[in-house]
Write a protein that binds this ligand. Structure first.
Ligand SMILES: Cc1cc2nc3c(=O)[nH]c(=O)nc-3n(C[C@H](O)[C@H](O)[C@H](O)COP(=O)(O)O)c2cc1C
Length: 367
């Protein structure tokens, strides 16, 4: 059987910050909607993650840092002790299977609905601009509600939500956390001038728009120390909700990335292109140049296949590669890629909801 590990070091161990990985193949964060309305993980989730523990690193599905941060029904949380206890079962099982797992910390900002918010409150955002697209509530698909702009003095409370979640993720036994600053959720809503029209110290100039994400990074690294906190950015995606891009991507994200360097993060993780759609960037944007401003390890994601990963790795454009959809339907993706075994295609009908079906019933290949 052909062994692709003779052609690339993607199948060899690597350290991202202080996190030691058995290989450079990462499972991208994947929301799967298999959690109850209290956001408490369960046995199904344990099975699902253990089946995928041969990934060098699992990045958990996006996990709500607070009840306010929630924008989709059946998504997990990390703000109650019950959630910590049940996540602990996931991390223990992944570790027993030889894997590593970090938690993706999520606040959706405006991508929510009053039905999902405590006491039917409006979702919060940098500015009161309604998101496009849909959100999933217990009643089904609905349009996002018009958000309320956060007052300046409420921002400390948002940072505290991240700090608290980071602490609880530590108690739950994760190997680190990934700050979800991608896909136009709260942090990216602050970064982009298309979604941030504020006039206080969190809006206007680039320095002001990236202030919140840097304050969140400071709070989270305060809990975890350096080397165990990663960050996900998606400078050119319009997902979710067909969100307009920033008017000066190279300058805004370039400044942000340089400001991240002193925090000695475990890694920077980009969605390279439009999430799950294409790898196209506007003409004046070069994501490889942006990435090169970062002094730590880099994970590339979005529409990769093995050959693209090998090629970009050989040019030192990535340190590791994250696969999303392929991990849904190929729990043993690492071995399949290594030995050129055909991949099973995923079924988008069962991406969200549907219990066991399309979740834990994907077989490993025969070797
Ligand atoms: C079902 C599904 C759920 C996803 N959930 C998340 C998520 O929770 N957090 C996130 O940052 N990205 C999420 N994404 C985006 C993926 O992490 C990834 O960026 C995207 O699928 C492109 O990678 P791929 O081409 O390898 O699938 C999701 C994608 C899919 C298909």
């Amino acid at each position: 059987m052909a062994d692709n590990s003779t052609r690339t070091d993607l199948f060899s161990p690597v350290k991202l910050g202080k996190i030691e990985l058995a290989n450079r193949i990462v499972m991208a964060p994947l929301t799967r909607g298999r959690v109850n309305e209290e956001g408490v993980p369960n046995e199904l989730n344990v099975t699902y993650y253990v089946q995928r523990a041969s990934a060098g690193l699992i990045i958990s599905e996006a996990t709500n840092i607070s009840a306010q941060g929630r924008g989709y029904a059946m998504t997990p949380g990390i703000w109650t002790e019950r959630q910590v206890a049940e996540w602990r079962k996931v991390t223990d099982a992944v570790h027993a299977a030889g894997g590593k797992i970090v938690m993706q910390l999520w606040h959706v900002g405006r991508n929510s609905h009053v039905d999902l918010q405590p006491n039917g409150a409006s979702p919060v955002a940098p500015s009161a601009i309604k998101a496009g697209g849909n959100v999933y509530t217990a009643k089904g698909i609905q349009e996002p509600s018009i958000p309320r702009a956060l007052n300046t003095d409420e921002i400390l409370g948002i940072i505290e939500q991240y700090r608290h979640a980071a602490e609880y993720a530590k108690l739950a036994g994760f190997d680190g956390v990934e700050i979800h600053s991608a896909n136009n959720y709260l942090l990216e809503q602050f970064i982009r001038d298309s979604t941030n029209h504020r006039t206080d110290q969190y809006g206007g100039s680039i320095e002001n728009r990236v202030r919140l994400v840097l304050e969140v990074v400071e709070a989270v690294t305060g809990v975890w120390g350096s080397g165990r906190v990663g960050i996900r950015l998606s400078p050119v995606t319009t997902e979710v909700g067909n969100t307009p891009l920033d008017s000066n991507i190279m300058e805004t994200y370039g400044y942000l990335i340089q400001q991240l360097n002193p925090f000695k993060l475990a890694y920077l993780h980009f969605v390279e292109g439009t999430t799950g759609k294409d790898r196209i960037a506007p003409e004046n944007v070069d994501l490889d140049i942006l990435r090169s401003l970062f002094e730590g390890a880099y994970i590339g994601n979005n529409n990769y296949d093995l050959e693209m990963a090998i090629s970009r790795r050989s040019e030192s454009k990535i340190d590791a590669v994250a696969f999303g959809r392929p991990f849904i339907s190929n729990p043993d993706l690492v071995n399949r890629l290594r030995y050129s075994i055909e991949l099973t295609s995923t079924n988008s009908d069962t991406h969200y909801g549907h219990g066991e079906k399309g979740y834990i019933d994907w077989p490993n290949a025969n070797y």
